[in-house]
Design a binder for this molecule. Structure first.
Ligand code: MG
Ligand code: MG
Length: 256
């Protein structure tokens, strides 16, 4: 991994601008999610919206990824390629989006329910989202990266959920992925110290069953080994002197 880039206030403002575009994009996508809609249709909504506000999709072309969004349905964990599958009532769909504007990136993900979902899956979504905020609470100046992962892990393991190990959060700024890695598991007091000016993405990927995942033949999609559902929520945050500042928001998504 490369160096950690500590951001100035004005750089953080730019990351916030990109982050809010991501949040608005996810809200636009959320409005369109219903049975019968395909990932490709949602991807077009996202791409059109991002371009309409003068930003660029960050994922499209990244290491050859074909979509503006990563769309991962049910047992798919992350990195799903937008395709022709029509959503069904009872599915869950994880939508991950990144944009770049004025040289700075923002990144966020949200798992949506398609119509009514069963209570067991609804709990997975609720607890995964709550675990993200537990991680953010631990992301304070003076703490360490391991405090974030421990907070997420301890919270979700009470429900016997599996914390994905193969994929982790990351620093962000002039690059989509920067140091440090931000795992969703770990030990308190371990790892890189959190300092003011760090901007990171915390993104728990939590499985209802086993933590083990496998990569699909498309070379991208990660899927749970046991076929049980998985959820993913992500915020871009800045470390300040006190509580972390959350640069993305789920506010608009949840006001649909
Ligand atoms: Mg990310
Ligand atoms: Mg993301």
């Amino acid at each position: 991994m490369g160096p950690i880039y500590y951001k100035t206030e004005s750089e953080i403002r730019k990351i916030r601008e990109s982050s809010l575009i991501v949040s608005d994009t996810l809200a636009e996508v959320g409005k369109a999610i219903k049975p019968g809609v395909t990932g490709l249709q949602l991807d077009k909504i996202a791409e059109d919206y991002i371009k309409s506000v003068g930003a660029k999709p960050a994922f499209k072309g990244y290491k050859g990824f074909p979509g503006t969004l990563c769309i991962s349905v049910n047992a798919q964990v992350v990195h799903g390629i937008p395709g022709n599958y029509p959503l069904k009532e009872g599915d869950i769909i994880s939508v991950d989006c990144g944009v770049v504007k004025d040289g700075f990136y923002g990144d966020s993900a949200y798992t949506f329910a398609v119509g009514n979902i069963n209570a067991e899956t609804a709990q997975l979504l609720k607890i995964t989202k709550e675990s993200l905020y537990k991680g953010i609470e631990a992301a304070r100046c003076g703490n360490r990266i391991g405090d974030i992962g421990a907070a997420v892990q301890e919270y979700v393991e009470r429900y016997n959920y599996g914390v994905v190990r193969e994929l982790v959060g990351h620093g962000i700024g002039r690059n989509l992925h920067e140091s440090p890695d931000v795992p969703n598991y770990g030990k308190r007091g371990n790892g890189t110290a959190l300092k003011r000016g760090m901007v990171i993405c915390i993104e728990p990927m939590i499985n209802m069953g086993t933590r083990n995942v496998k990569q699909e033949a498309d070379g991208w999609t990660m899927t749970t080994s046991d076929g049980k559902p998985s959820a993913h929520f992500e915020h871009t945050i800045a470390i300040t002197d006190g509580e972390a500042q959350i640069l993305t928001t789920f506010g608009k998504i949840e006001n649909i």
